[in-house]
Ligand binder design. Structure first.
Ligand SMILES: Cc1ncc(C[n+]2csc(CCOP(=O)(O)OP(=O)(O)O)c2C)c(N)n1
Ligand SMILES: [Mg+2]
Length: 567
């Protein structure tokens, strides 16, 4: 057994080619077994087993540096850099992260999670080495064919030409992202237009070597040996198979991008109810059939975000634009100027990429773009790179936008239906997980008026799924209190609060600039006290989402404690 006997990655540097082959076999078996049991990103890791062993053989990552783009394929690297046992608890509460993380290991040189950052980060490191006159250090960026479609990758490539930096880009070409990749790059890669591909990279000033069989240790060794003798920016184009070595994953690469636990520690809250993205997808199909002006855009997430069905039924109106959040939003803005009502379907965390496009291209021109923001709030196992903590705060301060946070499928339907004819920018945020009430009627929406029983001293005001937490909290304490769910976060309603002595607000988002603070700001005459529950001014770690809500301070138990303390 090689795998069990590697205690430091430097030991891999002395292995022979045949030993690296053996090590790769063991590593693959270990990852398959562990991740199928534990859950986590799966198929991408199986594609980079040989690459990882060869990189650790050819480079010394005490002084050389590596950046894994997105980082979901860094599990083999984690195993070989002193985290073999820790893989068993990857993404669990208190376990290691599912992405490279600087604080986790001295071998994780740059934290990733959002795509297309690797070339820029590695260039920065290489530039610093050049300034420090350290010519013998190597800087590696491993970039997938999906990650290479993201705009930042091109911005970096455009800068590389005259840099003479000692940087090696590894293009891991497996011809898929989570879903099939789109666009020109994907077209040329799948058509195997190698002379053109070579020419294209050379045009950016890169020395090109490829295509290399990324599962052949001998070919990989030769390529990296050559790369080490070449000073300056270069690209090694390897071809790999996502899911390599596990037949079901090779066949169904999208399904096996990420897997759930085989052994469920906790059963789902309500295993029968649908996921938010599935309900969204069904509503979208219904509204698209009813309103021909509706079009849809997903930046590379059709199956994760639920737009796939609409894409299948209305292929001329729904677009997967690849990993390109900024383009996605401005493309939507363009569509909106021509009478279309675009629905941009995007994770909260990735919408951060397109902030200026929201302000400058959509809101400033008051264009009717509808943002359906998935995975808003804490997202559990993916952790701080992916928590949708900030969208309320960063949208709240943008004029012209209205913001909604439904608590169930009916509200999601009502909000989407309203948004389509609102004629202005609308954001609708909904979380990861199952919808508590997943049915909806295609009814006409009522005007929102907030009537509520005013019988107690304390009022809890909440939005989105935090309102479901409040409902459950009510059943868990003997202390009664008034509660109010607010679906529309912006503009925030004016409420008659004067009879209360204490108001507690609850939201699945950042407190600073969030829902609670905006209610407070809107009620300057309220003389009682305020308590805002939500995500504090910290990055929340990864782990089981239910426990994270309480860790952050706004889960069911936290609400109960706040109510009891208010007495
Ligand atoms: C900015 C951004 N948008 C979307 C995602 C979601 N995402 C994670 S992995 C992935 C596909 C990446 O494809 P590729 O780079 O080819 O890697 P592979 O999984 O094929 O190894 C996507 C779209 C992300 N991580 N970052
Ligand atoms: Mg890929």
């Amino acid at each position: 057994m090689f795998l069990d006997n590697i205690h430091h990655p430097s030991e891999i540097q002395s292995l022979t080619a045949n030993e690296l082959i053996e090590l790769s076999t063991e590593l693959r078996e270990y990852i398959i077994e562990t991740i199928l049991h534990n859950g986590g990103h799966f198929a991408a890791n199986l594609g980079v087993i040989e690459l990882t062993t060869v990189l650790l053989n050819k480079f010394n990552f005490n002084s050389d540096r590596i950046v894994w783009d997105v980082g979901h394929q860094s599990y083999p690297y984690k195993v070989l850099t002193q985290r073999k046992e820790e893989l068993k608890l990857i993404r669990n509460t208190n376990g290691i992260s599912g992405f490279p993380k600087i604080e986790e290991s001295k071998f994780d040189h740059f934290g990733t999670g959002h795509s297309s950052t690797a070339i820029s980060a590695a260039m920065g490191m290489a530039q610093a080495a050049k300034i420090n006159n350290e010519p013998n250090r190597n800087f590696i960026a491993v970039v997938g064919d999906g990650a290479l479609t993201g705009g930042m990758s091109y911005e970096a490539l455009n800068n590389i030409v005259n840099s003479n930096l000692n940087i090696t880009i590894v293009l891991n070409d497996n011809q898929i992202g989570i879903d099939p990749n789109t666009g020109a790059l994907n077209h040329h890669l799948t058509n195997e237009d190698y002379p053109q591909i070579q020419q294209w990279f050379e045009w950016f000033g890169l020395n090109y070597n490829g295509p290399i069989n990324g599962h052949n240790i001998h070919e990989l060794l030769t390529a990296f040996e050559k790369a080490k003798t070449f000073q300056g920016p270069k690209i090694i184009h390897i071809k790999t198979i996502k899911g390599k070595g596990y037949q079901p994953a090779e066949k169904e690469q999208t399904k096996y991008h990420s897997t759930n636990k085989y052994v469920k520690i906790q059963p789902d809250d309500n295993p029968i109810s649908k996921k938010w993205q599935d309900v969204f997808g069904e509503i979208l199909v219904e509204l698209a059939a009813q309103y021909p002006q509706v079009v849809g855009i997903t930046p590379a997430m059709p199956s994760s975000c639920g737009m796939q069905k609409a894409m299948d039924i209305f292929p001329d109106r729904f677009f997967d634009v690849g990993i390109s959040e900024q383009h996605a939003v401005t493309f939507a803005a363009g569509l909106a100027t021509q009478g279309k009502t675009p629905i941009v379907n995007i994770y909260s965390t990735f919408l951060q990429r397109a902030y200026d496009q929201i302000i400058h291209d959509v809101a400033l021109q008051n264009l009717p773009v509808v943002f359906c923001i998935d995975r808003a709030g804490l997202v559990g196992e993916d952790g701080p790179t992916h928590h949708g903590a900030f969208d309320i705060s960063f949208l709240n301060c943008v004029p012209n936008i209205e913001i909604f946070a439904p608590k169930n499928a009916q509200e999601l339907f009502d909000n989407m239906k309203y948004a389509i004819s609102a004629g202005k920018p609308i954001a609708i945020r909904y979380p990861k997980g199952s919808v508590k009430s997943d049915a909806w009627l295609s009814k006409k929406i009522d005007n929102t008026e907030y009537h509520f029983e005013k019988t107690h001293q304390t009022l809890v005001i909440s939005t989105g799924i935090a309102s479901n937490f409040v409902d459950t909290a009510k059943t868990k304490t003997s202390i009664s209190f008034d509660s109010l769910h607010i679906n529309q976060i912006k503009p925030i309603p004016n409420l008659d609060l004067l009879q209360y002595s204490k108001i507690i607000t609850v939201e699945d988002g950042s407190i600073i600039g969030g829902f609670g603070q905006s209610i407070k700001m809107n009620h300057p005459n309220f003389k009682g006290s305020w308590l805002h529950l939500g995500i504090p001014d910290q990055f929340i770690p990864h782990g089981n989402n239910e426990s994270l809500y309480d860790l952050a301070g706004y889960g069911i138990d936290s609400i109960v404690s706040a109510i009891e303390l208010a007495q």
